[in-house]
Design a protein around this ligand. Structure first.
Ligand code: ATP
Ligand code: MG
Length: 392
């Protein structure tokens, strides 16, 4: 029965003079999300609110799902519009609305009428009382509760009369694109997609880099990362995924450095390469899925060692999260099932039996020094062969 949605947004509301920028970005993101849905929609900004009007038949469930992936939306209110055909007729429509939307009428309610058009014959108080009375007459099992009603029935007199009562939660956050762009180090694991999603939720556009190590990591492992990027892109819009072939660099480090330092040195090269691409593509920071103490390469000492090679800020939104908390989010955003597919990643192949947990920076630097000019050539070659996949 619904033909439109009122979009509620929370934090954007407090952006002062720049508010319109956030609203415009939200409108753009909503339009983008709805492109994937059956049906045609008009998105409009009126009276400090955003409405989505269906201008053709549409798939309600699919549309709500799409809107629930737009950052910046705190609530989605399905609505109907009716022409003003007199108050009696409005009463009938409201009664019909309740009948349709609430098959179980053992509920409390409150009518909240509002008039944007003050020449309407009844004022809002009178509308509340009259419409409430009509509902009670039709559904004696319902009761009025003005403090904590189960159903808050909004009736707004505008160009037409708008009726809505449901609020479907949105994802919150800020519209993507209002917060610059960052480069996500995306592996096939559980953590990094969640980390990217969390930063994107704050309005940041995401690009990604994946370190691939053929033939040690398979085409299927790479496809898994593309699939994960697509899951994140459902929230963020298109992601430019840079696939960097890391094999030669890894083999060379494996050959030249003590194996217990392998992971740290490898990770330092990942960060260097990611930062290089980030700077070239106007990203303002890096994002990783690291969390303190999760593995040897994520102790405070190890994080300090990997962080040292970066000039750009490294955002680690999961830093204080337990694995279970990360898993919860990955299930919510639908990346979990993909993440747990059993394809090897490049770090698991080259791990030492006893990786250092307290790397000594001086020693790490010395061993990196032994890698001499050849490592820079390998890094340059990897950058030259960067394969960019646009994931939608
Ligand atoms: P994840 O679940 O995200 O793979 P993890 O627990 O396996 O994380 P690590 O393998 O130590 O942890 O990786 C830490 C972070 O480094 C990852 O969250 C990711 O941001 C980045 N990373 C690791 N491997 C790769 C890779 N092959 N390509 C790109 N980024 C990677
Ligand atoms: Mg990993």
């Amino acid at each position: 029965m619904f033909t439109a949605f009122l979009i509620k947004y929370a934090e954007i509301g407090v952006k002062g003079k720049n508010r319109y920028l956030f609203e415009n970005a939200l409108v753009q993101q909503i339009k983008y999300a709805l492109k994937k849905c059956d049906g045609e929609f008009a998105v409009r900004k009126t009276d400090g609110r955003i409405y989505v009007d269906a201008v053709s038949e549409f798939d309600y469930d699919e549309t709500v799902k799409a809107l629930q992936k737009v950052f910046g939306i705190s609530g989605i209110c399905p609505m109907i519009y009716v022409e003003d055909e007199g108050f009696e007729k409005l009463g009938e429509t409201v009664v019909e609305y309740i009948g349709h939307v609430y098959p179980d009428r053992n509920k409390t309610f409150k009518v909240a009428a509002r008039r944007a058009r003050k020449n309407y014959p009844l004022n809002s108080m009178e509308m509340n009382v009259e419409l409430g009375g009509m509902i009670l007459d039709s559904y004696p099992e319902m009761r009025v509760d003005v403090h904590k009603p189960d159903i808050m029935l909004n009736v707004e007199v505008r160009d037409k009369i708008y009726i809505y009562s449901e609020i479907i939660p949105g994802p919150g956050g800020m519209p993507v694109g209002t917060g610059g762009k960052a480069m996500l180090l995306l592996s096939g694991g559980i953590d990094s997609p969640v980390a990217g999603w969390m930063i994107a939720k704050r309005g940041v556009k995401i690009d990604a880099v994946y370190f691939h190590a053929p033939p040690y990591t398979s085409e299927r492992a790479k496809q898994k990362v593309v699939d994960l990027a697509a899951k994140v892109a459902a929230y963020t819009g298109p992601i430019y995924l840079h696939v960097i072939s890391f094999t030669d660099i890894q083999l060379y480090i494996y050959d030249k450095c003590p194996h217990d330092e392998l992971t740290i040195i490898m990770r330092r090269y990942m960060m260097r390469i990611a930062e290089h691409i980030a700077k070239e593509t106007e990203c303002l920071g890096l994002i990783t899925g690291e969390s303190i103490g999760q593995v040897a390469s994520q102790t405070m000492h190890s994080l300090m060692a990997t962080n040292e090679v970066c000039e750009l800020p490294v955002y680690r939104p999961l830093i204080g999260f337990d694995k279970m908390e990360i898993v919860d989010i990955s299930e919510k955003i639908d990346t979990y099932e993909t993440s747990i597919q059993p394809y090897e990643d490049c770090c698991t192949i080259f791990v030492a039996k006893h990786p250092v947990t307290k790397p000594n920076l001086k020693i790490i630097r010395k061993h990196e020094h032994n890698l001499d000019e050849k490592i820079n050539e390998l890094v340059q070659k990897a950058l030259d062969e960067d394969e960019v996949i646009i994931v939608r």
